[in-house]
Design a protein around this ligand. Structure first.
Ligand SMILES: Nc1nc2c(ncn2[C@@H]2O[C@H](COP(=O)(O)OP(=O)(O)OP(=O)(O)O)[C@@H](O)[C@H]2O)c(=O)[nH]1
Ligand SMILES: [Mg+2]
Length: 498
């Protein structure tokens, strides 16, 4: 069992006794770097009772995976039971008398701390101001306190240290958020309460421009009407159209809102936002899908030029890597040599394998050979990047079809996820892109990028209403952690500012 699965189980209060499986799994990862500051194996005190404290903190939330993260199908993951009985025994410190003082202090601090990742990190990072051996020792101690195999802790630390080098980050202030993000991602804790509020804040900040367009106007509308009368609905239509919800989706949305208001039996504007939030949540709700796949899972990324396909692949690959998956990226965008190089740089940064042929080689051949390699070498996920194409160019769309066909021929069921990336700043054009790509490729998911830079976030509502295709993630910036699983309820709350 992998370190993160183990940690997750510890979090849920189960005991762990299968450390024997860990080394094989670690060996399967592309990372084989020596962890920085790695000392000769040293016996560290183990907080064997720590998990028992953990069980006291809302076990349901801790075991709920985000439905849209690419975590599904992880071979090593263990779904923890939804609820656990708190352990009967009282927790006790087990730090040894001859341990260094800082370990004793940290042990006591961790044991006394509220069992939240952010609070634990606060203690682990206490007194550390930059990435040096002290940090690695404290992190390693933290892992050992959670009873994790040293090899897996070292792999995590090596990977994180490598990332710090690439990013040239030194001070805790530069990377603290990243460290928490990695742990939360790896532990499937994005739904944990404080991680959620951090994400909500980020979402809300990312949507600032759209909120200015929608929220402020809706607030004005609500304060200038005593009842939700005809004039109210007409003004609402204008606001939504201006926010790029689009004409037809706006008409549909307003009709649905009218109906919801009618059923609620009130026409007082103060109730409007709550009703609109409910309606949006309903719109964003997508039917559940079977997510199990025969590995490797193959993800085909498509979309027009410059929407963010390549960087989104990097971000998804990064998420998958953080979840302990072995990732391969294939450069089926063979139009430009620079595109291949860009992807290679990303693959190196996120620690993924990379497969490419020369510029102008056949994109379908690259896809075919990449999936062959992924099967042969036991990758968990293969991301296939494709060239940006105008959705109106028939030959280019036929080429996509060819890529899909060869993937399926080599690996039945592939591509398991065909993802259309759309750039939110393009507004209504995103709708025609979705329509045409969906007709030719049958989309499984949509990712909307660049929501951070636009007041046109209303397009998310339009896309969800018009196509019923799940929006799996949204892009809120250029950094790795700026790709977020899309959560309709959070999005509606952030959008309406309440
Ligand atoms: N602000 C912001 N920029 C983004 C986001 N996603 C991608 N970008 C930027 O968009 C630009 C284009 O991204 P690429 O990933 O190269 O786009 P592409 O679709 O692969 O482009 P082609 O391969 O030329 O078709 C880059 O500068 C990215 O950093 C996002 O969510 N927010
Ligand atoms: Mg690209």
């Amino acid at each position: 069992m992998g370190f993160f699965s183990k940690l997750k189980r510890l979090w849920s209060g189960e005991t762990t006794d299968d450390t024997a499986a860990a080394p094989a799994e670690t060996a399967a990862q592309p990372t084989d770097a020596q962890a920085p500051g790695q000392a000769a194996p040293e016996e560290l005190p183990v907080l064997s009772e720590l998990p028992e404290q953990i069980t006291q903190a809302e076990p349901e939330k801790q075991t709920t995976a985000s439905p849209d993260t690419p975590a599904e199908g992880a071979p090593s993951r263990v779904q923890a039971p939804a609820a656990q009985e708190p352990a009967q025994q009282p927790a006790q410190a087990t730090a040894r008398a001859d341990s260094p003082q800082w370990q004793k202090d940290l042990t006591l601090a961790l044991r006394g701390a509220e069992p939240r990742l952010s609070v634990w990190l606060e203690h682990v990072l206490g007194g550390v101001d930059k990435a040096d051996d002290t940090l690695w020792e404290r992190l390693r101690f933290f892992f050992s306190a959670l009873d994790a195999p040293a090899a897996e802790a070292d792999a995590f630390i090596a990977e994180f240290s490598r990332w710090l080098d690439v990013m040239e980050y030194v001070h805790v202030g530069d990377f603290r958020s990243e460290l928490q993000y990695r742990l939360a991602l790896a532990l499937d804790l994005e739904d944990e309460e404080d991680e959620r509020s951090r994400l909500l804040l980020k979402l809300s900040e990312g949507l600032t421009k759209t909120k200015e367009q929608i929220t402020r106007q809706i607030d004005g509308l609500l304060s200038s009407h005593a009842t939700m009368n005809e004039g109210f609905w007409q003004e609402l239509e204008e606001i939504l159209i201006m926010a790029d919800v689009g004409f037809e989706p706006t008409m549909k949305l307003v009709n649905r809102l009218r109906e919801r208001v009618r059923k609620s039996g009130t026409d007082k504007p103060e109730h409007f936002k709550a009703l609109m939030r409910e309606e949006l949540e309903e719109i964003f709700k997508m039917p559940p899908r079977i997510k199990a796949v025969n590995l490797p899972e193959v993800v085909l990324m498509i979309g027009v030029n410059g929407v963010g396909k390549t960087t989104t692949i990097a971000k998804l690959a990064y998420r998958a890597r953080m979840q302990g998956k072995k990732v391969l990226i294939a450069a089926s965008d063979t139009f430009r040599a620079a595109a291949i190089e860009q992807l290679q740089v990303w693959a190196d940064r996120v620690g993924a394998g990379f497969y490419a042929k020369g510029p102008n080689s056949d994109p379908a051949a690259v896809a075919y050979e990449a999936v062959e390699l992924a099967v042969k070498e036991g990758y968990d996920v293969l991301f296939v990047d494709t060239a940006g194409r105008l959705q109106t160019k028939v030959d280019l769309m036929a080429e996509l079809q060819k890529i899909r066909n060869v993937l399926g021929k080599k690996h039945p069921g592939a591509p398991h996820r065909t993802i259309l990336t759309i750039d939110a700043t393009t507004g209504q054009n995103a709708l025609s892109q979705t329509k045409i790509f969906n007709e030719s490729c049958k989309l499984d998911e949509i990712i909307l990028t660049k929501l951070d830079g636009t007041a046109k976030g209303g397009i998310v509502v339009a896309v969800a209403m018009e196509f019923g295709i799940p929006i799996s993630h949204i892009g809120l910036g250029e950094k790795m952690e700026d790709l977020r699983p899309f959560n309709g309820a959070d999005f509606a709350a952030a959008l309406l500012g309440s």
